[in-house]
Design a protein around this ligand. Structure first.
Ligand code: FMN
Length: 366
């Protein structure tokens, strides 16, 4: 059982590094979103502050590295490289699903290394929603947090991946009640995250009611798990799974509309993710109501060159974010969150059809 999960994890990293697993026919929707340029920014770029307090933790900039891996030797190196970089930059990171280490304590080190390398960064433990239905409870959730000395626990939802992979766990009945149990049992905040298919307003409200402390939308536009499974199926010449992977490649809610749906429906912090690659997109996310922004695939690529490359990739995004803030005259993250945003095209159409009023963002006082 464990070997099977470990092999799958190795496969995921290999496929994500070697193949194109990004959304193909759909985009994040950020190309429909415009911040309003200010020819008179009336601020000094050097004095722009990016620090922000979320989940009672001070981040030097509103950036996280998304949940990715653990359980293997290679994963250990990846976690160490990310941890070193986020510690130096004062950011946060998630580790991949800790199921392997909960089932085999010998693998704990590949996750715990993140805390060794990042004693003060915001670290997010990770377990799967499907495992909660399958018997996991407070004990396993607490174990995941303890292994990492984590600041928060993420419960990931990946129904799309579960229906396109051969070993898929497709029983999600009662998952919301189990999530509620975990939020009541844990002392750290519980974040619920998708994995690339987005979250809608209906689910966001249920999650908030269940006591969840934060929601990471992880929408369509970046890494596609159907694509990852397509490539795995191609290798094993599994024709049906290849077809499923192709059919569902772009399934889900694009990141920008998902972010607005969630941010307008709940009062808890929202994390924007799914295909976010540039500081300009991070800035748009914050202006649309995100408290933090998370990126995964580009950071995986950077880890192949070591912690310095990870640090530089994150620094580029931070500098792009700072420049964007200068160009809209926002000297702090809080100010950026109040700036006008124009939503156009398919994203605006989606939101209108779903009962939201995109023009409210456009008419904010600059
Ligand atoms: C190699 C890889 C492994 C991942 N494993 C996990 C995981 O174990 N748990 C989880 O919550 N998300 C996992 N994710 C999903 C990411 O956290 C993120 O939601 C998704 O990749 C979308 O972000 P991106 O477009 O910036 O890559 C993984 C992503 C990648 C690329």
């Amino acid at each position: 059982m464990n070997n099977q999960i470990e092999e799958r994890k190795v496969d995921h990293i290999r496929v994500c590094l070697e193949e194109n697993v990004q959304a193909q026919r759909k985009t994040t929707g950020f190309e429909d979103i415009f911040l309003v340029h200010k020819a008179l920014p009336e601020i000094e770029r050097k004095q722009i502050g990016l620090s922000t307090v979320v989940f009672k933790h001070e981040f030097s900039a509103p950036l996280l590295v998304g949940a990715m891996t653990g359980g293997t030797e290679k994963a250990s190196k990846i976690n160490a490289a990310i941890a070193e970089a986020v510690e130096e930059l004062g950011l946060g990171m998630g580790v991949g699903s800790q199921r392997v280490a909960i089932e085999d304590p010998r693998l704990e080190g590949s996750f715990a290394i993140a805390r060794e390398k990042a004693p003060t960064a915001f670290l997010v433990a990770n377990i799967g929603g499907a495992q909660l239905v399958d018997g996991y409870g407070a004990k396993e959730a607490k174990r995941a947090v303890k292994i990492l000395k984590a600041n928060a626990l993420a419960i990931h939802l990946n129904p799309l991946q579960e229906v396109v992979q051969p070993e898929g766990e497709t029983n999600y009945s009662g998952v919301i009640d189990k999530i509620g149990e975990i939020t009541r049992a844990l002392e750290v905040p519980v974040i619920v995250k998708e994995t690339g298919a987005g979250i809608a307003t209906e689910e966001a409200k249920k999650l908030e009611e269940a006591g969840v402390a934060g929601i990471d939308v992880a929408g369509v536009g970046g890494t596609s798990w159907a694509a990852v499974e397509f490539h795995r199926a191609k290798r094993t010449r599994d024709k049906f799974r290849q077809r499923l992977g192709q059919t569902f490649w772009d399934w889900g809610i694009p990141t920008a509309p998902s972010l607005v749906e969630v941010a307008r429906s709940v009062h808890i912090p929202v994390i924007a993710s799914g295909g976010i690659r540039f500081g300009t997109e991070a800035a748009k996310s914050l202006a649309l109501g995100a408290s933090l922004v998370s990126m995964t695939a580009p950071i995986l690529k950077a880890t192949t060159k070591g912690p310095e490359e990870v640090k530089q990739t994150l620094q580029f995004v931070i500098e792009e974010l700072r420049n964007t803030m200068f160009l809209v005259g926002a000297e702090s993250v809080l100010k950026l969150q109040e700036k006008p945003v124009v939503l156009t095209g398919k994203t605006a159409e989606w939101l209108r059809m779903r009962g939201f009023k995109p023009e409210l963002y456009a008419r904010r006082k600059a």
